[in-house]
Design a protein around this ligand. Structure first.
Ligand code: LLP
Length: 391
């Protein structure tokens, strides 16, 4: 992101954003596919030998998916809807890892019918359900056990998933019961992997390393009894910076993450898999919105834009600190709350933020909105969904 001739540009090829607003009708998510390519290739290089399954919940846009498929990515999905979108976008069933704590009977039956590459199981009752349904269907489910190592990765509580208070994964004390169940259903379940995912927006790796170390002996122990166990899926979660653009520091965090992962797991006899989402897409998208009013009160200045928390919920939900930049560079500064049209005081993008001086009709970009932006959008207040454009 940088200004060229006072115009805000996106991505490695510095594509100007203003021309996209020529026929502006409502807020637009813009994704730069060359940037996606660059991010994927950087991660694939750092995590050499690891099979990447893009966590498509971050951004299930079909063109984004097609680009990632072309680059060699698989897809990490969490619903039948995502399975369908992945297949429509060119992924094969052999490219799909299916996670999620709440898989319904219908979803599992469909996954079995399709022959999904790997189902990440999150509870004992789910394992039993899969065993039973696969038996009835005469199928052999390819299953990974998602384990919960109870570690803290120091992220926002709403996106932490690897603590014992979280609904995700299975406690290590459950292993004997899991083994028993796997043996009961040996005709219909094949244990192919173990998986973990500790949460999202991870920017330091002490808890992550601790988790890998906890799970290694578990993997080895399971492998002695289940010769089919051959994959270690270490999840996603690598974070990005929202309050600044520092791709060099992010690259060094990526290197640190890769080194910890590869060094810690190098002596396991298995294939390695990962499920990155945010790191691949976060920086590659922006939300463009138009200033409607500048409203001054005795307490504050509000810049009221036409996008709201329904279009990008991250600031309201996780207090995420996205940069907001005018599409046309401005030399002056003003301090304001940038808010949307939704009828709630939680509808804000930033508070007391220094922003280039903007006026009615100007466009601003909410930066780093390529992940968990459109995918979490809603029609609250019967606002229309934003548009999406890939460049
Ligand atoms: N694998 C599993 C099983 C997951 O649940 C997730 C994300 C990922 C991989 C990808 O994690 P990532 O690499 O993107 O951190 N809406 C929140 C983030 C929720 C993440 C949910 N799970 C946000 O906007 O910050």
């Amino acid at each position: 992101m940088e200004y060229i001739n006072n115009e805000l540009c996106l991505g490695p090829l510095k594509k100007p954003l203003a021309p996209l607003c020529a026929n502006y009708m409502r807020p637009i998510y813009v994704y730069d596919l060359d940037f996606v390519t660059q991010r994927f290739q950087a991660m694939a290089k750092a995590l050499k030998g690891v099979r990447l399954f893009y966590a498509m919940k971050a951004n299930p846009n079909a063109e984004v998916l097609q680009r990632l498929k072309t680059l060699g990515s698989g897809a990490d999905v969490v619903s039948l809807g995502e399975i369908k979108r992945a297949l429509e976008s060119g992924f094969s069933v052999q490219d799909i890892v299916y996670s999620g704590v709440g898989k319904t009977v219908h979803e599992i039956n469909e996954a079995l019918r399709l022959g999904i590459y790997q189902i990440n199981v999150e509870s004992l009752p789910e394992l039993e359900r899969i065993g039973k349904l696969a038996l009835e269907a005469g199928k052999k489910a390819q299953v990974a056990l998602r384990l919960n190592p109870d570690v803290d990765i120091k992220t926002h509580p709403y996106i932490a998933t690897g603590l014992k208070d979280n609904k995700f994964g299975m406690e290590l004390s459950l292993i004997p019961d899991l083994k028993k169940c796997l043996k009961n259903y040996s005709a219909s379940i094949e244990l192919v992997g173990i998986s973990l995912h500790l949460g999202s927006q991870m920017l330091e790796f002490t808890g992550y390393q601790e988790a890998l170390q906890k799970l290694k002996p578990v993997f080895k122990d399971l492998q002695k009894e289940f010769a089919t166990l051959k994959r270690f899926d270490f999840g996603g979660g690598l974070g990005i910076f929202y309050d600044r653009l520092d791709l060099e520091l992010e690259e060094s965090l990526l290197q640190e993450y890769a080194k910890i992962t590869l060094d810690t797991l190098s002596d396991l006899d298995c294939e390695l898999q990962s499920e990155p989402g945010r790191w691949l897409l976060g920086h590659c998208g922006v939300l463009i919105t138009q200033v409607q009013y500048i409203k001054k009160t005795s307490a504050k200045t509000f810049v009221i834009v036409d996008a709201g928390m329904n279009h990008l919920i991250r600031p309201s939900l996780y207090e995420a600190d996205h940069m907001i930049l005018p599409l046309g560079k401005s030399l002056e500064n003003m301090k304001a709350d940038i808010v949307g049209p939704i009828c709630e005081s939680s509808d804000f993008f930033a508070k007391d933020r220094s922003l280039g001086s903007v006026k009615e009709g100007d466009f601003v970009a909410v930066m780093d909105s390529g992940a968990y932006g459109y995918s979490m959008a809603s029609v609250y207040n019967l606002q229309e969904l934003p548009l999406e454009i890939c460049i």
